[in-house]
Ligand binder design. Structure first.
Ligand code: HPA
Length: 253
């Protein structure tokens, strides 16, 4: 694998459920990166989009074989950084907790609460590594968040510009009581993959923001007694279709 110059990647995108490749990517080349943390979720595909360079990685693997708790977040973030990515958009499927965050709504969260466990949450978690405590008061890079909002506006795609993402362990969906607790905690959205990706990006000094695609109302928040997985994927497909348009505008800001 050849090393790319840091300036050669304009944007890295980590695709979540429903986004396994980046539509419209031209001259795509695949990179298999060896990382000190083991294999990434798959090859990183680098190609041209609106005249800029995008690096794309499918978080769950291109055939969606990795559940959220088994994603090698450290390897993914490290691999993108090692290829020269300096800003990363994490695209995440979520359930909506807040009333205005129903299916197909797109949200750019500004806060998060981490309920996950048993995941490697730091690059320091290696024998002999220097322990670093990083500031995480603002878990997402504000300038990149603002660029996402501006880009969505330019693309004529409605987005909600703030909200608190609650990261759960999965792969099961939550109980109504768990969601009620998350609501009391101030969470507006629930997803399974937002952490530790965001903190690992911060540890490596990457700009990172989340584009959250609402697939369903979270447990107990909608009218239905049960959440249909088929409906989740149908709503996700509709919201995912907007992603390249938003990111295309972002690249042209
Ligand atoms: N909970 C957690 N993660 C999700 C959900 C949900 O309801 N929908 C899509 N991802």
């Amino acid at each position: 694998m050849s090393h790319l110059e840091p300036t050669s990647i304009d944007l890295a995108v980590i695709g979540g459920s429903g986004l396994y490749n980046f539509p419209g990517l031209e001259n795509a080349e695949r990179y298999t990166v060896d990382t000190p943390y083991g294999p990434a979720s798959g090859d990183i595909v680098i190609g041209d989009f609106v005249g800029k360079r995008i690096a794309f990685l499918a978080r769950h693997g291109e055939s969606h074989t990795l559940p959220p708790h088994r994603v090698n977040y450290r390897a993914n973030v490290w691999a993108l950084h090692s290829l020269g990515a300096r800003r990363v958009i994490g695209v995440n499927a979520v359930g909506g907790i807040r009333g205005d965050m129903g299916p197909q709504v797109i949200v750019v969260p500004d806060q998060l609460v981490d309920y996950t466990h048993g995941r490697f949450t730091s690059f320091c978690d290696v024998d002999g590594a220097e322990v670093k405590h990083i500031d995480f008061s603002e878990p997402y890079t504000e300038s990149l968040r603002q660029q996402l909002l501006e880009a969505a506006h330019a693309a004529n795609v409605g987005v909600i510009g703030s909200g608190c993402y609650g990261a759960t362990q999965g792969p099961r969906l939550e109980t109504r009581a768990e969601i009620a607790r998350m609501k009391r905690d101030g969470c507006d959205l629930v997803g399974m993959t937002g952490m530790p990706e965001a903190v690992l990006a911060r540890e490596l000094g990457l700009d990172y923001a989340c584009l959250a695609l609402v697939a369903n109302f979270a447990a107990g928040c909608g009218d239905e007694a049960e959440i249909s997985i088929e409906e989740i994927f149908a709503h996700l497909a509709a919201a995912t279709a907007e992603v390249p348009r938003i990111l295309g505008k972002l690249l042209q800001l």
